[in-house]
Unconditional design. Structure first.
Length: 462
């Protein structure tokens, strides 16, 4: 602390910049793995020892201890939850039956995973996006459907924290932090996906001015049935030019788990879930609004501040959503690498393990390199967002690269498994069906390239 932290703290505090050199030295010393068990590459030290380290770091500068603390909490949650014990052994069953993994989700609620980024004053943990990304990566390493259950909920809570009124935050966030109330968000429609500005679902104000009536159909809504509220983007000004200026985000309440709502939620219906190639266990649904009435104060941010402001709100949320998808890509790529390393050392051809063949080693090398690069890009985008800096370009890059890395690693793993990889007896078959989703959700790879190109030109305009 006396040599490295105290002499430099004033500079980083004054500039309000991330102390990268100090953090790099902490990484070299293994301080980010102090309490992580040795079998996972950590030191396996106890909480008392960790407390001594934090005390000394805080003596130098509490911001440094904060960098480690959120990481520590995230790793503690992951160790407590146990992907290898809770998710991986059960994923095959829920995937095959395409049933909701209720026991796993119940344990996630007990650990507070639905409130990871929700501030403490609303009952959450108040952790940062970087820690959340680390948790999502580990959940996705087990099964991306599990991370999907958290993802839409996370985007809903982000929208409330960033744009909601205090009344809206007080009403929803405490229940969302415990997982008692789960959220979904909805952009796509049967006739549109990437072209968000072309949304047709509409909301018109009632004659008495107290409600808006929503009519239309939404598509591909994760958690659409079990969610208790849906952040839905609809058109409120048909004559707006450009079209995206006429969109508003409503917080639409419904009865969780009910397909045909009645009473206050009449007109909000959920058809049977969509049958999918992969990403099973978590429901993907349509939402049908047929004369659904919602109060004016259900507009995100209130009617005065939120009417026709839905497009920038949702685009902001998609920025953090892309970090989330990137983390999922890293997780599935990491699992594919693990399976490839294991199988290639067990499977023998021509008198030796296939891992000793150069062709297989090249595949493993490419997979490992892409996993590490994707992870670094994901965490960099998350750190920038946590620091309050612009991260739209970096989030897009991370999402593009990590999702493509996930697809690449899964396909290479399947090739290493040969014919067995095509069998449902091996885990890679499920990963092979799950990975393509990441190339589409939160903006396709093609859309990401368009966005990245435009952002690069904006930042480097001559």
């Amino acid at each position: 602390a006396d040599e490295q932290i105290i002499p430099n703290a004033e500079h980083y505090d004054h500039e309000d910049t991330f102390p990268e050199p100090i953090v790099e030295q902490m990484k070299e010393l293994g301080l980010f793995g102090v309490t992580i068990p040795e079998e996972y590459g950590g030191m396996g030290l106890d909480l008392a020892t960790y407390a001594l380290i934090v005390e000394e770091l805080s003596r130098g500068w509490i911001s440094i201890s904060g960098v480690v603390n959120t990481h520590f909490i995230g790793s503690y949650l992951l160790m407590k939850f146990g992907t290898d014990e809770q998710i991986i052994p059960n994923a095959e069953h829920y995937d095959h039956e395409d049933t909701f993994p209720e026991p796993i989700v119940a344990q996630m609620r007990e650990l507070g995973l639905f409130g990871v980024t929700i501030p403490e004053e609303y009952g959450g943990m108040g952790l940062d996006l970087t820690t959340y990304a680390m948790i999502v990566e580990e959940l996705s390493r087990g099964w991306i459907s599990i991370s999907g259950i958290v993802n839409t909920h996370f985007i809903g809570s982000y929208l409330l924290m960033k744009f909601g009124t205090e009344e809206q935050r007080q009403k929803y966030l405490p229940q969302m932090a415990t997982g008692e109330l789960r959220a979904a968000f909805s952009l796509s429609e049967p006739e549109l996906g990437s072209d968000v500005a072309a949304i047709k679902t509409s909301a018109k104000k009632t004659e008495d001015g107290s409600h808006y009536e929503i009519n239309g159909t939404k598509m591909w809504v994760t958690n659409g049935l079990r969610a208790g509220l849906v952040f839905v983007l609809v058109r409120t000004d048909p004559s707006a030019e450009p079209k995206h200026r006429g969109l508003t985000c409503f917080i639409a309440e419904k009865e969780p788990g009910v397909a045909e709502n009645t009473g206050d939620y009449k007109g909000f219906n959920v058809p049977p879930q969509i049958k999918k190639m992969g990403y099973k266990g978590v429901e993907s649904t349509e939402l049908v609004f047929d004369g659904y009435r919602t109060p004016t104060d259900s507009i995100l941010g209130g009617e005065d501040a939120g009417l026709n402001k839905g497009f920038p709100q949702m685009m902001d949320a998609l920025e953090v959503g892309r970090v989330n998808v990137a983390a999922r890509g890293v997780g599935i790529a990491q699992r594919a690498l693990e399976l490839a390393l294991k199988y290639s050392q067990e499977r023998r051809t021509f008198g030796k393990p296939i891992a000793q063949h150069q062709a297989i080693q090249f595949k493993l090398a490419d997979m490992g390199t892409q996993v590490e690069a994707a992870r670094l890009m994901t965490f960099r985008a998350a750190r920038l967002k946590d620091a309050g800096e612009r991260a739209d370009l970096e989030a897009g890059m991370a999402k593009l690269f990590a999702s493509e890395a996930g697809r690449f690693c899964v396909e290479e793993c399947l090739r290493i498994h040969g014919g067995y990889g095509y069998s449902k007896e091996y885990e890679i078959e499920r990963l092979y069906r799950d990975a393509p989703l990441l190339l589409i959700g939160e903006g396709t790879s093609e859309i990401q390239r368009m966005v990245i190109g435009r952002k690069l030109l904006e930042r480097h305009k001559i």
